[in-house]
Design a protein around this ligand. Structure first.
Ligand code: ADP
Ligand code: ADP
Length: 232
């Protein structure tokens, strides 16, 4: 039961082939850790799945919808079911926490300011932050709080699927461990499916159900941590 199905995709910038006939499934309800050397194309794959990078060939389905064949209304319906935490520019620095979290809801929902505020507070609480931080700017938050607010924004539309690009980068080990635990809890309580790009070995061990390794533009290994150890 795949939420994301990637088949034989090739992505190229000029003459440089970054993804080369790559196949990958992300199953419903799993936390997939996506790893590989720096520059291997992890961010490129993430951005290709969400439709920000054009591919030379191949097919991608999310929630069973082929986004290339989808109408713009179908595409919006799919976008409404996922949340994204980008590594860079995780938050808009000129917007408050409130405005950051409400950004996707303003884009995709037509609801009153009062309901937007209720959604925002619920999401702050969900990620372990106090509602009092709502009117702060990102520059007034710690690194760990920024990641949590970015996660709250990714959760704003009650997604079934979230993309997390290096969510623990820049956090100390304790902060990173807390974040991983939070992701695990959300998976359990909300049934979230998580596609997580990471360099963090602790995250792979504590948060991920399965790992896929990118190398030479393809998935060169995939399985649980136990499988990976056994095959070494
Ligand atoms: P990773 O996330 O695994 O560290 P990236 O996906 O960021 O790697 O990048 C993979 C390769 O694709 C790198 O060589 C990068 O420079 C290149 N790349 C990424 N985006 C672009 C782009 N828009 N134009 C040209 N090259 C790009
Ligand atoms: P990340 O660190 O999140 O993987 P990158 O630093 O690889 O992100 O990329 C940041 C932005 O720059 C992205 O939009 C990416 O497409 C673009 N980019 C990365 N490498 C290149 C490149 N060699 N040429 C042009 N654009 C690039």
């Amino acid at each position: 039961d795949a939420i994301i199905r990637v088949r034989d995709i090739t992505v190229q910038f000029g003459n440089t082939r970054v993804l080369d006939g790559l196949d990958l499934d992300v199953k419903r309800g799993e936390i997939l850790g996506f790893v590989g050397p720096s520059g291997a194309g992890k961010s490129v794959l993430t951005r290709t799945i969400i439709g920000l990078v054009p591919k030379v060939s191949g097919r991608i389905e999310v929630f069973g919808v082929d986004l290339d064949a989808a109408s713009s209304a179908q595409r919006r319906a799919v976008e409404r079911r996922w949340g994204i935490l980008f590594q860079q520019g995780a938050l808009f620095s000129s917007l408050t926490v409130r405005q950051n979290i409400q950004f996707p809801a303003r884009e995709y929902l037509r609801v009153s300011q009062r309901l937007l505020d209720e959604i925002m507070v619920a999401k702050l609480v969900m990620v372990g932050l106090k509602p009092e931080v709502a009117d702060r700017y990102p520059s007034e938050l710690s690194g760990g709080m920024i990641k949590r607010v970015a996660l709250a924004r990714a959760l704003a539309l009650d997604p079934e699927l979230v993309f997390l690009d290096e969510p623990t980068s820049g956090l100390d080990p304790i902060g990173a461990g807390d974040f991983d635990e939070l992701v695990r809890t959300l998976q359990r309580t909300l049934g979230l499916t998580v596609f997580m790009v990471t360099h963090d070995l602790d995250s792979l061990y504590t948060a991920c159900d399965r790992i896929a390794v990118l190398g030479n533009g393809k998935i060169i290994a995939a399985g649980s941590i136990a499988d990976m150890k056994a095959s070494q």
